[in-house]
Design a protein around this ligand. Structure first.
Ligand SMILES: NC(=O)c1ccc[n+]([C@@H]2O[C@H](COP(=O)([O-])OP(=O)(O)OC[C@H]3O[C@@H](n4cnc5c(N)ncnc54)[C@H](OP(=O)(O)O)[C@@H]3O)[C@@H](O)[C@H]2O)c1
Length: 295
């Protein structure tokens, strides 16, 4: 199944004065996006959990840039302490933050719990990026027209929030754990967009499409046995995903768009639960408690 793909024309944009904070730029579509951003002249703070892999990508980016425009920041989204340390480092190094791109995500194939006691897919796909965004928010607010992009998923349309057991202690599945984390991300994107109204800062949630990547490598059993070849055969080119991130970040079309769910190339209504303000408020408050912000 080949999807229609929109060519992008942002290659000539000058990003030399822009600072981009990017998670998930060490592999998959994120890596495609950061390689193009560095060619446009951007300064990139590349957050990664794997020291040698992230440093290799930073070196590759700096070779393209022919100068030190990419910088390594250690951050494992499964560990909220490392997110706090990464944010502190970024605040020391970056006077402005023009773009925060929360691209990192994972499909952990069995129920695991983080050191802080939260389900792993919930943490990597929602709490980690939510904490990072909160910690960088004041600096982002000081940067005119800054943009935040959160990578979510089409799977958010296939689940309901399991409010009675958000940590899925009774009945866990990969789909439920991954998709409800990404759904929480859409809800918090919408809530934050309301708070940022009038500031010139935009925040949106992007489903990049079904894209060839390494996302399923931490899957288990049938999810992996069926999922990996299916992705190999049916998904779009990795570059298309990277381009969708860049299009949302850079094209005039999305200049003043905020609080939206962008499905590949278009604004689309998300799961109706992500339009339910009462539910959004509950998920927002729970998420804030989980990251240690008491309401
Ligand atoms: N591919 C798709 O069809 C698809 C569809 C919908 C949404 N998405 C979303 O798109 C985003 C990009 O994924 P992708 O498909 O390009 O997958 P990918 O190739 O697996 O890349 C995922 C990136 O996230 C990083 N990451 C994973 N766990 C992390 C952690 N604990 N701490 C810090 N970084 C971590 C990875 O780092 P390492 O290099 O260290 O592994 C890698 O850079 C994800 O948010 C994913 O959920 C993908």
């Amino acid at each position: 199944m080949k999807r229609k793909y929109r060519q992008n024309s942002f290659a000539n944009i000058d990003m030399t004065a822009k600072t981009v904070i990017f998670t998930g730029g060490t592999d998959g579509m994120g890596k495609e996006a950061v390689k193009k951003l560095i060619r446009m002249g951007a300064t990139i703070m590349l957050l990664g959990r794997n020291k040698s892999k992230t440093k290799d990508v930073v070196a590759e980016l700096n070779t393209i840039a022919k100068q030190e425009k990419a910088h390594y920041v250690y951050c494992d989204l499964a560990s909220l302490d490392t997110v706090r340390a990464a944010a502190q480092y970024i605040l020391e190094k970056c006077a402005t933050i023009d773009y925060l791109i929360n691209c990192a995500g994972a499909n952990i194939g069995s129920r695991q719990v983080t050191k802080e006691g939260f389900e792993m897919n919930w943490t990597i796909n929602h709490l980690g990026p939510f904490l990072l965004t909160n910690l960088l928010l004041d600096r982002i607010k000081k940067t005119p027209n800054a943009k935040i992009i959160n990578l979510t998923s089409a799977t958010t349309g296939w689940v309901k929030m399991r409010l009675d057991d958000l940590q899925l202690t009774k009945k866990w599945s990969l789909l439920q754990s991954y998709a409800q984390a990404k759904l929480a991300m859409i809800m918090c994107t919408r809530k934050l967009a309301k708070e940022l109204k009038g500031t010139g800062i935009t925040i949106n949630a992007l489903n990049p499409g079904f894209i060839k990547s390494n996302l399923l490598r931490e899957g288990k059993g049938l999810d992996r046995i069926i999922g990996v070849p299916y992705m190999f055969l049916c998904a779009e080119r990795t570059e298309n995903g990277g381009d969708r991130i860049l299009r949302l970040a850079l094209s005039d079309e999305f200049e003043n768009v905020s609080g939206k769910f962008i499905y590949e190339d278009h604004i689309k209504n998300p799961n109706p639960e992500a339009l339910d303000n009462e539910l959004i408020e509950r998920i927002w408050n729970i998420s804030r408690e989980h990251i240690g912000i008491i309401n």
